[in-house]
Write a protein that binds this ligand. Structure first.
Ligand code: MTE
Length: 316
């Protein structure tokens, strides 16, 4: 995400010494303790993720017909994952995130709070593949096959109480492997949120695979959100916590730049970002320029969610 430099921003150059420091500490940890905690990567005794045995999942033909898929190489090498750097090239850095085992907490205003490993969560849901368009607020886009399950299934498992109005999703926090999380100017961990009505909409999806394979770390392993009618920043990666709350959560980007990135962030070609137009988008891989569509082309599925909310800043 590009933004004008503000007090809360830091440049790549300012952060690099921190990254170098962390890398050095990691190496020192390795030298002193052998295969001890300082070594990042798979912890000792880590098992293969259960998701591998569940892939490829059956494709749901209701999603993605008529869209040309983005090449896998393009979709998995041009990423936004600010925990690992400000550039699009974070593949190598992201691989330091250990994703097996992965504990997920479901809490807040629910009848059934749960803390469980993702492998156990996957036993409670059924996986399918859906091809979704994915439109970043920076005006680039992709068409990718996610494997996952509807957020609605997780909502059902949690059994939210009547007072719960929003679902908050929190990404991992691990500054030892994610150097940018040591930058105090950012409100880590990455937090996103949906209304419960949005979370229950059939399009809202929790993805654990991409192109029929386990989710690559750079795309948000082991579990990330995919809400294709909203700008990509809503789709939090590497989620560790789902919390049902009464008050609208302040999200990561809203905290950083409230005039540029809001809570709703629904795609609309007619509502420009304060610093650039949203009328068109660049397809990653082919570099084709195409017109952006209202709700990223998912108007029929989601427009009803926003009836009566016209006074809200729905499109930023
Ligand atoms: N989630 C976390 N935790 N950290 C991030 O920096 N970037 C967001 C979103 N989810 C981000 C995140 C943005 S801006 C976009 S466009 C998408 O992830 C990019 O997803 P992709 O790299 O799989 O295309």
């Amino acid at each position: 995400m590009r933004f004008g430099r503000r007090s809360w921003e830091i440049s790549e150059a300012e952060v690099t010494p921190e990254a170098v420091f962390l890398e050095r500490r990691r190496l020192l940890g390795f030298a002193a303790g052998g295969l001890a905690a300082g070594l990042v990567g798979l912890p000792r005794g880590a098992r293969a993720a259960a998701v591998e045995g569940l892939l490829p999942a059956k494709a749901n033909p209701a999603f993605g017909q008529g869209d040309t898929q983005t090449a896998e190489k393009a979709a998995t090498s041009y990423n936004n994952f600010y925990e690992f750097g400000l550039s699009k090239n974070i593949v190598a850095a992201s691989k330091k995130l250990p994703t097996t085992p992965w504990t997920i907490t479901i809490d807040g205003l629910v009848e059934k709070p749960l803390t469980l490993d993702i492998d156990d969560l996957l036993k409670k849901v059924s996986l399918e593949e859906r091809i979704y368009r994915h439109r970043c607020v920076e005006a680039w886009s992709m068409v990718v096959p996610w494997t996952g399950f509807p957020v609605a299934e997780l909502v059902k498992l949690a059994a939210p109480k009547a007072e719960a109005k929003y679902l908050l999703m929190e990404s991992f926090m691990n500054p030892k492997v994610a150097p940018y999380q040591s930058a105090p100017q950012y409100p880590w961990p990455y937090v996103e949120g949906l209304t419960l009505a949005e979370a229950r909409n059939d399009l809202a999806f929790l993805a654990v695979g991409l192109y029929g394979k386990p989710m690559p770390t750079q795309n948000g392993a082991p579990i990330r959100l995919a809400v294709p009618w909203k700008y990509g920043f809503k789709s939090a990666k590497s989620i560790v916590r789902f919390s049902f709350v009464a008050k609208r959560p302040q999200t990561f980007w809203e905290a950083l730049g409230p005039d540029e990135y809001g809570f709703w962030a629904n795609v609309n070609p007619k509502v420009a970002h304060p610093r650039w137009s949203q009328a068109n988008e660049r397809r990653i891989g082919t570099e084709e320029m195409i017109p952006t569509r209202l709700f990223n082309g998912y108007e029929a599925e989601v427009a009803g969610l926003y009836q009566g909310l016209e006074k809200e800043r729905l499109y930023m």
